[in-house]
Write a protein that binds this ligand. Structure first.
Ligand code: UDP
Ligand code: MG
Length: 323
């Protein structure tokens, strides 16, 4: 396949310190794409790796220059920002995103394509049997549940990045210019005819997960606070409830004082109640902080990622900064 001005398909892969898995990825990915009988391009985005990944990507570009683009970011911007950078440099009519670590088997790409060919503009995926650590399963399930309750986004398996999008949706994502976002959820809000397919899931072929517990929590905050203000509304309701109960309590104490006299017992009960309320208050301040932090990041309008070098499809090599 040679690349046409607009290839049919763009495959976008974010890469962060994946030197151990990249050779295997390329030997499995390219034969699948060559066998599709469609024009395609592979956009490999290096997300500021410190290992040999950038060199391996350059090497792959020189091996298959006609169908490969390499975008090297200058610093680590995070998986979702790296995907956005890949979107900016992709041209395909359809875009498929997948992870570099072969947890999303490239052999499943035709399944996603079959769904876009049926006219779906968003193809989500459900991991058949998930091969991740037990605590990740549990955490994912909990986050899926919370998202379902507080947003209108319908996704069976939000954590899987192996998805296909129509170009219109990719354009809408690029136009929305959100500084911190969760790509599959944002894409879903633009979808007119979404569908989900079941795909296989494998263990990471080599290397380690790039998500620490802290990064995962942060990512899930992105998902909650970018797509819903229900947490704030629930908090106002709790606040209102507590105000009403406290008011009744004060009236009760007042009446009791007039009829029975001042009370001295129950001091620790009062402490317990006060600490409970302080806990709720701190939680609320933290949650408000999450939203304010998002506003703060958004109004600064700093670039979401910095492009270092771009190799491929016409531009031999380019150095610039992009927002
Ligand atoms: N990744 C990235 N930037 C980051 C973290 C991860 O580009 O800051 C890439 C990583 O190289 C991989 C994909 O995102 O291709 C998913 O990461 P990982 O497999 O570590 O996540 P997990 O499967 O554990 O959720
Ligand atoms: Mg992975």
């Amino acid at each position: 396949m040679t690349s046409t001005p607009q290839p049919d398909l763009s495959i976008i892969i974010p890469v962060y310190n994946e030197q151990d898995v990249l050779p295997l990825l390329f030997t499995r990915l390219y034969p699948v794409l060559d066998g599709l009988g469609r024009s395609y391009e592979v956009v490999l985005v290096d997300d500021g790796s410190h290992d040999r990944s950038p060199g391996l990507l350059r090497k792959q570009y020189h091996e298959r220059p006609e169908v490969t683009r390499v975008v090297l970011l200058r610093a680590n911007a995070g998986q979702h920002a790296a995907l956005t950078a890949g979107f900016e440099y992709s041209q395909g009519r359809y875009v498929i995103t997948l992870d570099a670590d072969l947890q999303n088997p490239p052999e499943e790409i035709p399944k996603l394509l079959a769904a876009v060919d049926k006219g779906h503009d968003y193809v989500g995926s459900i991991r058949n049997i998930r091969h991740d650590s037990r605590w990740r399963h549990w955490a994912s399930r909990a986050m899926n549940w919370v998202r379902e309750k507080i947003t209108s986004i319908q996704m069976t398996d939000q954590g899987c990045m192996f998805r296909a999008y129509d170009r219109n949706i990719i354009q809408a994502i690029l136009d929305s210019r959100e500084s911190q976002t969760f790509i599959p959820a944002l894409a879903y809000t633009f979808a007119g005819n979404p569908v989900e397919v079941v795909v296989e899931h494998e263990e990471r072929a080599a290397g380690q997960s790039k998500y620490s517990l802290f990064k995962l929590i942060h990512l899930n905050f992105d998902l909650m606070t970018s797509f819903s203000i229900v947490p704030l509304q629930i908090f106002s309701l709790i606040g209102m409830g507590i105000a009403v109960i406290s008011f009744l309590f004060v009236i009760y104490l007042g009446v009791r004082r007039l009829m029975i006299g001042p009370e001295v017992e129950g001091l620790f009960t009062l402490f317990a109640i006060a600490f409970f309320l302080i806990g709720i208050l701190l939680f609320g301040i933290g949650m408000l902080g999450e939203y304010i932090g998002r506003i703060y990041v958004q109004v600064r309008q700093r670039p979401r990622f910095l492009i270092g070098t771009v190799l491929g499809a016409g531009e031999s090599s380019q150095d610039d900064n992009d927002a």
